[in-house]
Design a protein around this ligand. Sequence first.
Ligand code: ADP
Ligand code: ZN
Length: 759
Amino acid sequence: MPNQHTNQRELFETSPAWAEDDARQGIVATVVLPDGIDKPLDYLVPESLAGAVEPGRRVRVPLGRSNRERLAYCVAVRSGELPQSPLKSVAGVEDDAPLLSRRMIELTKWMADRWLARWGEVLEAVLPAGVRLRKKVRLEPLLGATGAEPVRPPTPAQARVLAAAATPATAADLAQASGVSRAVIARLLKIGLLRTAGSVDRQRHVGPSTAASRQPITHDRPDALSPPQAAALEAILNPLRGGRHETVVLFGVTGSGKTEVYLQAVEETLSYGKQAIVLVPEISLTPQTCDRFRARFGSVAVLHSHLTPAERHSQWREIAAGKVGVVVGARSAIFAPTPRLGLIVIDEEHEATFKQATAPRYNARDVAEWIARAEGVPLVLGSATPALETFHKCLQGEWQMCRLPGRVGGSQLPPVLSVDLRDPQSRSRGAVSPRLAAGIRWALDGGGQVMLLLNRRGFATAVQCRACGDTARCVQCDLALTLHQPGSRGICHGCGLVKRLPTVCPSCAAPNLVPRGTGTQRLEDQIRAAFPAARVARMDTDTMRSRGSHERTLDAFRNREIDILVGTQMIAKGLDFPAVMLVGVVNADAALHLADFRASERTCQLVTQVAGRSGRGSLGGRVVVQTSTPDHPAIRAAAAHDYEAFVRSELPIREALLYPPFGSIVRFVVRSVDEQAAEDWAGHIVGRLRKEAGDDPVIRVLGPAPAPITRLRDRFRWHVQIHGPDGAHLRDLVRRATASLKTPDNVAWIIDVDPVEML
Ligand code: ADP
Ligand code: ZN
């Protein structure tokens, strides 16, 4: 007890000085909770933890009056003067190494700000679940793998534990899973039937399970690039070699050689010992795509949604250790911890799936640009139909656009025939007009294959009463039930509710219920009836539920085991089938009239994409587009293979309305079981927004209004939108308006910044 040695003089002269110093110097950690309090909190770092508390690691901190310990992300550490008010101390450190680099922490902060999300939820979102798992000792059976017999057979309780431990788990989880007490587990450990699992690192590098069994597709590196390909590659390699950021947009039809340009840019990146991230829509993560990267490069990690948390964790660690050169994956692969990042590529960059539909509602395209800028590396965006936002940035000169105008090898884009569905002739025989039927016959007779796109699954899109006109609706959603066969089930595509459809009208009791509208099931039936000799398959979420079925169907189609493939937009994406001679778009208007300002953009993109599937081989090809609005600019442009014409007609409309890319939108969706409560709260938000906006003429507040889907899963939905030309300004306004909102108990609401989904 050194203090007792101080004599009077020391106490008098020195004590005030060092006592004061002592009180004011120290180490402070700023932490962010994954949920609950949104504000970063400061804690004192006790000396015992001084080296261990660092940004990117998780720490345990006492919270509230009860000082309950919570896990939190340390985002900053500073040493120096302490604040006046006393700080609580960090209680412990969770991770032995940072999970996040400082740059990632910075990114999460930016994302929270950019999409009005909570910082904590962004931190959680950028780390795969397997990484976030609390670090615990995992147990596994000692002898299970070798098959050796234990001296004494295990008791039934022990056997249950050993079975449950087939996948390594913590003692607590094992106890719970097998319904035994912890003592049983302790006993198993003691007698050596259980042991501590090695680590998740032992998980093998995992790819799609079908990859090994399939024939490899060899994509040889072509001897020479076409001049536009060479120019595009040069545009990427310039900043790559100079260590500069630049965004390069590859605008080229499917088959124009974009992927080959990505591959060669990645090749050069790897030659510098750097890493590349390639983002594709989840649906394109087929073995075909991945094999193309694997065939060219040795170390490719594929991050797809079927990975288990442990597999994801192990890949994450290999990437972080720099052992992986190329990361191919969907949206969240952008957060792969690449220490030597050299290039980011986003294929099909216009796809809405790059925006996350749940909080944090980030857009991977914008995240990629932030990272590429911060790291000083090129970002490549490729599409046959770039998003209008992307197009606009190129027109502004902010991004560089490289056009790949034709298909590699010079095969012509197929002629497109529009069939006007308003003409009664064209509807005389179900969903397939005589001219589409003639096209199908032409393709089959010519030894080719057919793809038919109909973006509605099920048999009929509604069941309607012929007497009173009412349609059968979901009891908990404001949506018509879709008729699915067999069994005449009514399925709600909003909530998934399955119901036996009534035989008489629920409103007027007339026995006159008839199916209306055609879904993929009915189309398949009609096609089978009309072309009995053809082999027909259907590809939609109903037929593609089991893992690997998507690949199996595509393989069968590629191997010519299927003549006609009927499907939803699933069939429209990215694949190269040389024998397809006819593509039919059964109803091009299906999505055109949705209450979404992007409806025409999406329609044009979808029709353009699917039209590009035809005639890629030597057989030639045609496209038939059935539409009730053949003169709509989106349909006309797609039919002319002239996406840019659509862009030219659409941009001025967006500009006049201050829609993206000329303005930003923040959308609020309010849900409640009580319709009045939903409306009231939406109204309250509008009031707050209007008050903040004052009489600013460029800010527009729309609503409250019922959302296009007015009721979903028994919740009434109201929405509010605020538009303004400047995104940052708009977000500030929204932040102020919503700062101190006390949400009523029976209401839930979300904020979506720059939404891509407006229903
Ligand atoms: P996209 O990604 O635009 O659809 P791809 O890169 O897949 O286009 O190219 C289409 C096809 O042409 C592929 O089979 C590819 O291997 C081939 N290809 C691409 N570039 C060349 C080239 N310069 N010479 C010969 N074949 C090429
Ligand atoms: Zn429903």
